[in-house]
Design a protein around this ligand. Structure first.
Ligand code: LRH
Ligand code: MN
Ligand code: MN
Length: 394
């Protein structure tokens, strides 16, 4: 395929690319690291307001990142209406609210699955507080990821923990407002070493189906065994209308939370290909595209900008797939022809096309260069001292 220009896109493909929006995680802007060392980065935000200000920079230069997910209690503030106003003044919105019920000593043996009823109640109440925050901030998604599980066979009943989980989730679900939904993330390992209570998409889906229409699965690209065919899971969840959101990141080994598209850009393309094929790119599709990454070594705002442009590149390539020719080749049993059509799109350089698209939107063609030239990083490095740590990964 020769280098495509903006006019190579169909009007529909152009509309989808123009309207693509990728949510940013507040914790990507805080300092993070491994359990061995957290290296500080000059200019790191000191509170949720400064995280939003940095996120707004990513949106300003990419035009494609107008929402920010918060993590509770990492991002607690006194006045949610004030934070919401602050975000709106910056031209952004509060996205998903992530509940963390893994930091208190009480949660040593789990939260929603804990054998102790009083602790399960505490964990359910923590989620109710998140629902209140959602109502105050205009957020629609309650995102649940649980660190629940066990370390040793026999430590607790796997089956009873599932029953407790179902009951706790039901209590939270019952309190969802009319415009709110519950999205349940799975992860097959960590921090529990033997079994995890929501290890896979099947378990998450079963709970969502039992809950009702307002519950969907969150697919974090770093939460599978190596070699898992993630695009298959995407296709399957789209089929049944239960793909609620992505947590995008990339990994070489475990849940590395590296920049999406950095470790395996081909996998990202294959995922976006299923999204385009399944009609899930439309902003009304019900699928939220969210980053869940940490920038341990690199600067955080540029790390997020790179992530957005990586997703946009994979998306543009997926939109260039000749679907009519592909369907024809598939019907004809033309194995190599069909594969070639996909590879042609993947091997296309879409960066000039995306540059053109940005210019047509009044943006700089290269968001990274424009941001680096703006002097913002130098300014926050001078102004902010003692930035916040992003996560528990100390
Ligand atoms: C768990 C997880 C989950 C949390 C985030 C910080 O590994 O992916 O989404 O909210 O990391
Ligand atoms: Mn995640
Ligand atoms: Mn993760």
């Amino acid at each position: 395929m020769s280098t495509p220009t903006l006019s190579s896109l169909t009007p529909e493909a152009r509309r989808l690319l123009e309207s693509q929006n990728i949510e940013l995680p507040s914790w990507a802007f805080g300092n993070s690291g491994t359990r061995f060392k957290v290296f500080g980065t000059p200019g790191t935000p000191r509170d949720p307001y400064e995280k939003l200000a940095d996120a707004a920079q990513v949106h300003q230069y990419t035009g494609a990142a107008s929402k920010v997910s918060l993590h509770i209690p990492w991002d607690l503030v006194d006045d949610w209406a004030d934070l919401r106003r602050y975000a709106e003044d910056l031209g952004i919105e509060i996205g998903a609210i992530n509940s963390n019920v893994f930091q208190d000593d009480d949660y040593k043996y789990g939260s929603l699955c804990n054998p102790d009823k009083a602790i399960r109640r505490k964990a359910v109440d923590a989620h109710r507080r998140c629902l209140d925050i959602m109502s105050a901030t205009g957020s629609t998604d309650l995102k649940i990821w649980l660190a629940d599980g066990t370390n040793y066979p026999g430590q607790d009943s796997i089956r009873e923990r599932q029953d407790r989980l179902a009951e706790s989730l039901q209590q939270i679900y019952a309190d969802l407002g009319p415009d709110q939904r519950l999205i349940l993330e799975y992860k097959f390992f960590e921090p529990a070493m033997y079994h995890t209570d929501v290890p896979d998409w099947g378990t998450s889906l079963l709970h969502c189906l039992a809950l009702g229409d307002k519950a969907s699965v969150v697919l974090d690209t770093g939460h599978h065994a190596p070699g898992t065919n993630i695009e298959f899971i995407v296709a399957q969840l789209l089929r049944v209308g239960r793909l609620g959101a992505f947590d995008f990141n990339s990994r070489f080994y475990a849940d590395d939370d590296l920049i999406v598209g950095a470790a395996d850009p081909f996998q990202l393309f294959r995922i976006m290909n299923e999204i385009v094929a399944g009609g899930a790119l439309d902003p009304d599709s019900g699928v939220a595209f969210v980053l869940d990454q940490c920038h341990n070594l690199e600067a955080k705002i540029p790390g997020e900008i790179r992530s957005i442009t990586n997703v946009q590149e994979a998306t543009a390539k997926a939109l260039l797939v000749d679907r009519v020719a592909l369907a024809q080749a598939q019907r004809n049993g033309d194995v190599l022809g069909a594969n070639g059509i996909l590879m042609d799109a993947y091997n296309t350089d879409v960066r000039p096309l995306l540059g053109e698209l940005r210019e047509s939107q009044g943006l700089a063609p290269d968001p990274m260069a424009a941001f680096l030239a703006s002097g913002y990083l130098e300014r926050i490095s001078a102004e902010r001292v003692g930035g916040q740590q992003a996560s528990w990964a100390a």
